[in-house]
Design a binder for this molecule. Structure first.
Ligand code: SF4
Length: 316
């Protein structure tokens, strides 16, 4: 469905995305995780071409769209849509909900707009009468449902959900995640699900990619990656996720990383994680590790953790 190769996104000296490569298979959910500022949202924006990449290729349904012109992108937008983090700021406050959901249908020249808007509202758990109201009249969760209806209006194949629940109350988050999962089953959607909340990513993803300072450091099957992380950064991220079982939680080792992630304007030489890595050795500050196949996943580390390393597993 999608193959991203060596994607680069630079803003002057800042390498926000620095050689990201991954593929997404039809019908799966790829989770993209990492601390804020690691480049995951910029990757998303480049894929849907809200930004033009400064390098690399984005093969979507067999076509490289990395540098396609807006005119060429229009027919592809039907199949490739995005759900944004903040539902309010992504919905035009001066338009009714009906107009907001109708926009992509009109742009794509799809007929029967009024009936389709009603169907879409129903599909996301709202009612057709909501079409005449304005975004501010809705709660955060309802506003995100409107954003989802808009994204699904053209019946896309690939949907990129950029932190779709992180601006919502915890009580509402599960409802929106459930809705996204239901819609995936009903419509056969493929998702890229971006979040910093690892519990949510674990729940929804088939495979997970972990980003650090503009690069993917580990990518693999969700179970394999959560049960035995191979990259020290993945292990540290997972060690911060609480475990529901209090007995396991008490025994759990938590890895506290020293310092903040370095600035993408001045990434450290070699492995960009080396100033914070508990496993770092001399070579790590000199030679950049490439993403390579290791056991059942790909890892960018000179000394990937082994499953029998007692500190590599994450209980629960
Ligand atoms: Fe740590 Fe070295 Fe692996 Fe980087 S390459 S994650 S510094 S062990």
């Amino acid at each position: 469905m999608l193959t991203v190769s060596d994607l680069q996104m630079r803003f002057k000296a800042v390498r926000a995305v620095d050689g990201v490569s991954f593929s997404v298979r039809p019908g799966e959910t790829l989770g993209l995780v990492g601390e804020s500022g690691c480049g995951k949202s910029t990757t998303a924006r480049a894929i849907v071409r809200l930004l033009e990449p400064t390098g690399g290729s984005i093969l979507f349904q067999g076509r490289d769209i990395a540098h396609a012109r807006q005119r060429e992108l229009r027919p592809l937008r039907r199949d490739l849509q995005m759900i944004f983090q903040d539902p309010y700021s992504s919905l035009n406050p001066r338009q009714t909900v009906g107009q907001i959901i109708a926009n992509p249908l009109i742009v794509q020249g799809i007929s029967g707009v009024t009936a389709k808007v009603g169907e879409l509202l129903d599909m996301v758990g709202l009612i057709p009468e909501h079409a005449d109201r304005y975004p501010h009249e809705f709660s955060g969760g309802q506003a995100q449902r409107i954003g989802i209806a808009r994204a699904l209006a053209t019946r896309p194949k690939l949907v990129i959900a950029d932190e779709p629940v992180s601006a919502l109350d915890v009580s509402v988050q599960a409802q929106i995640v459930n809705l996204l999962e239901e819609l995936q089953r009903e419509l056969g959607l493929t998702y890229i699900f971006i979040a910093h909340d690892l519990s949510v990513v674990r729940r929804v993803s088939d495979r997970v990619a972990v980003m650090y300072l503009g690069r993917i450091v580990e990518i693999g099957d969700r179970h394999a990656l959560y049960d035995s992380p191979a990259h020290p950064y993945t292990r540290a991220l997972l060690s911060a996720v609480p475990v529901p079982d209090p007995k396991v939680e008490r025994k759990r080792e938590r890895i506290v990383l020293q310092g903040d992630p370095p600035s993408p304007a001045a990434p450290p030489p070699g492995c960009s994680f080396h100033p914070r890595c508990p496993q770092a050795k001399e070579i790590c500050s000199v030679e950049r590790p490439l993403l390579q196949v290791h056991r059942d996943r790909e890892v960018a580390c000179h000394f990937p953790l082994q499953p029998d390393d007692p500190s590599a597993g994450r209980p629960g």
